[in-house]
Design a protein around this ligand. Structure first.
Ligand SMILES: [Zn+2]
Length: 121
């Protein structure tokens, strides 16, 4: 009886943001910040298919708090899956993200060879 009541409650659930009823129960990668690092923590959430808003159960919130605590205590096995980049506040941000060519960053860009460079200082 309680389970049926909870199910019917979920069926008529509408998104608080866009009022859509296209809400799906799925596993999402929630981002947990650890200093300047980001840890992706897979967890169950109700996701609005219209606007992407996520709704978490109390159980999931507790799980995420536990994940946060375990990251701080360094008791979680983590693997690197990518990098977090930010638009550089210093000049020539285009050079900073070109790490696929390592030699590109070591040599200073001299505009003498190719006169086609538009941006100088
Ligand atoms: Zn929505």
């Amino acid at each position: 009886m309680l389970i049926v009541g909870r199910l019917s409650e979920e069926r008529v659930m509408k998104c608080v943001i866009c009022h859509s009823s296209h809400i799906e129960d799925k596993v999402v990668d929630e981002r947990v910040w650890a200093g300047t690092d980001v840890v992706l923590a897979p967890c169950q959430a109700l996701v609005c298919n219209n606007c992407g808003e996520r709704y978490y159960s109390r159980q999931t919130m507790q799980h995420l708090e536990e994940v946060e605590a375990r990251i701080r205590a360094r008791t979680l096995a983590l693997e690197t899956v990518g990098r977090v980049l930010r638009i550089a506040t210093q000049p020539a941000p285009a050079l900073a993200v070109c790490e696929s060519r390592p030699d590109y960053t070591t040599q200073s860009p001299e505009p003498s060879d190719n006169g086609g460079q538009a941006a100088q200082e």
